[in-house]
Design a protein around this ligand. Sequence first.
Ligand code: ADP
Ligand code: ADP
Ligand code: ZN
Ligand code: ZN
Length: 800
Amino acid sequence: MHHPHDPFVRVRGAREHNLRGVDVDIPRDALVVFTGVSGSGKSSLAFGTIYAEAQRRYFESVAPYARRLIHQVGAPKVGDISGLPPAVSLEQRRSAPGSRSSVGTVTALSNSLRMLFSRAGEYPAGADRLDSDAFSPNTAAGACPACHGLGVVHRTTEELLVPDPSLSIREGAIAAWPGAWQGKNLRDVLDALGHDVDRPWRELPARDREWILFTDEQPVVTVHPVREAGRIQRPYQGTYTSARRYVLHTFSDSRSQTLRARAERFLRSTPCGECGGSRLRPEALAVTFAGRTIAELAALPLATLADVLDSHRDGAGGESARVLTADLLTRIGTVAELGLGYLSLDRPAPTLSSGELQRLRLATQLKSGLFGVVYVLDEPSAGLHPADTEALLTVLGRLKAAGNTVFVVEHHLDVVRGADWLVDVGPRAGEHGGRVLHSGPVAELAAVSESATRRFLFGPLQGGAREQRTPSGWLRLRGVRRHNLRGVDVDFPLGVFTAVTGVSGSGKSTLASQVLAGAVASGAAGTGQADCASAEGLSAVDRLVRVDQRPIGRTPRSNLATYTGLFDVVRKLFAATEAARKRGYKAGRFSFNVAGGRCETCQGEGFVTVELLFLPSTYAPCQDCGGGRYNSATLEVRYRGRNIAEVLDLTVEAAAGFFREVPAAQRSLRTLLDVGLGYLRLGQPATELSGGEAQRIKLAGELQRVRRGCTLYILDEPTTGLHPADVEVLLRQLHGLVDTGSTVVVVEHDMDVVAGADWVIDLGPGGGDAGGRIVAAGRPGEVAGAEGSRTAGYLARARR
Ligand code: ADP
Ligand code: ADP
Ligand code: ZN
Ligand code: ZN
């Protein structure tokens, strides 16, 4: 029985994923941290059980129509939860913002600024006051009519579409056309329309060239395809689409990332001439506040915007302006406190890291006025410099003080130490985890010998007494300019492990992932580098590998097995079984991506998309195959006692045993084990993997390649999502790469990793315009003593 004054959330019999009938009591009105190695079941408990159940109850109460859908999506596997308040999730994965959203829309700060302009802006003489909507590029009332509020116009030219005019259309003159059947179709349509597809492009009449590339007409003609490979093809009705139309359409509407990227190669985008890129109507741009347009204010770093607003607190507009300004200032203050004062309101949300985005949402929640809610967060310290961790704890504390409960899945030990209550899950990953080892005050974990977290919280620091390596050479970049880097000179040592440090927004990612990666990539291709005046030593690098946290695929069709190539090996094994040969099943039969062997109800996805009104769509298991993806005939074929669906359900660890005698499978399985991913299932859809897991899968892919020459690896915060025990495993791998002659550059906040590096480049001193300089560079010991570096003190502490 739930007692209204019972201060605990009581979970009974939680069996989601790997949880083994977990019973746990967690206090409300507290800051609770969930810890455990990666794959131990923390998210399955915090998000998969507690949050999911709160969500389910909420839907049931507000939307009876949604019940059937909820039933389809499935309730979390849990016996009972009592004392559960409504929950709000600030999870990082699966919450990609739309392409039109920005810092201003995510935080709703733009709304207030627009209100301020509407009520208290200075209008040109005789102009009518505008509604606040008129200051938004995302409404018809505000959008610049020339670019529809996009700020850029996409153009294409004959040179882009037809790079080699000596070719005929049949030879592929129109490079922008799609490949395969569609391309042939367009060619045959042109032929049927009477164009000469065998003459070199440049010899065609100018009017025809213009029409072929740019027309908006879409004529339909009967096409009589020529015989191909001896097969007679039937006539059909073909529609013509000009190259420009095809490219623009693909670029704006295609759901395929690859196709969009390909289309983009044939486009040049230029700022819109009408609005100068500000995306707004001229009437809106004529209004100013503190002497600036709303577009100008939205382009300022938030910290600067706050200064401008502050100095105009008592300006025109009267009481309502004062109230709006004061409100804006408090809200911007919270964002700045979370280390994000360098962002501007107009910064597109898709260019933010997932850590930045989550902290923005967190800052926004503080003003929501909600209380009695459980907030569930996923590693809010991701991307945060140790100097800013204190502020994070303060903000979490304020959420709690407002009458809420805060649950965070977190690895950062300073955050763990700051919690009121600790739930430690483990002891290890997957089937070796799934138990709650400790639920209580942090200090009491010291008595729990099974815990993998205990050693790091209480044990003596095992200082990285690694012998420091000597660089084998240098990459010297001069006059680096991009974002907030304004003409700096940087030297990267080769053949060693380098850590790039600095507060959030200081320019680390820009320097490592963009400038350095770009210089090396273009240096290898022999082209110039746009981001730096000169670069020296590039020829010493044979290969560049960027291991980032982007998903390995965006649909449930890609998974661990398809991504690593392991699936090809497995399908061949199945095709070679006697049962398969007898039935004439080839390897393709065992693919869920083509018709034949797969379940046709879900077309091999195992899931069907469920559209919930007003909510992001979710996936529910297919009723026919129950998520198995294959039809029953395919599943009758077994390899060593298991069918293909059962094999995809194996964890990497189990598969390593199962495929013991298959060398081709062993290679990828071993490297996945080496990077600590033994707990993942082979068929786990890409959409269920975290950024950190995606990054480690890519790293495993790299490790299994045969290496020659000097490779440069660039990793952006590889420790995100990793428990200190997982970090140890990862570091062993990365240092192993350096020992075999490669160069590793990581952007990193974990000071234990930085202390173990051979070289440190510290950026700053602040974020945004207050950063972008090299504050210190040298051995960790040197940087730990550098003056004016916000990293130095924390690094010194980690070296002790
Ligand atoms: P953590 O948050 O501690 O890293 P998770 O809760 O994400 O761990 O995962 C715990 C276990 O559950 C792992 O073995 C993982 O592979 C498995 N798992 C996670 N998500 C799913 C899912 N959607 N379906 C099946 N198994 C899953
Ligand atoms: P860090 O990696 O140290 O957190 P970044 O390199 O991401 O810092 O950012 C450095 C500066 O460049 C910041 O002021 C940031 O706002 C800006 N910046 C980064 N990426 C973009 C982008 N895609 N568009 C505009 N500005 C950017
Ligand atoms: Zn415009
Ligand atoms: Zn199905």
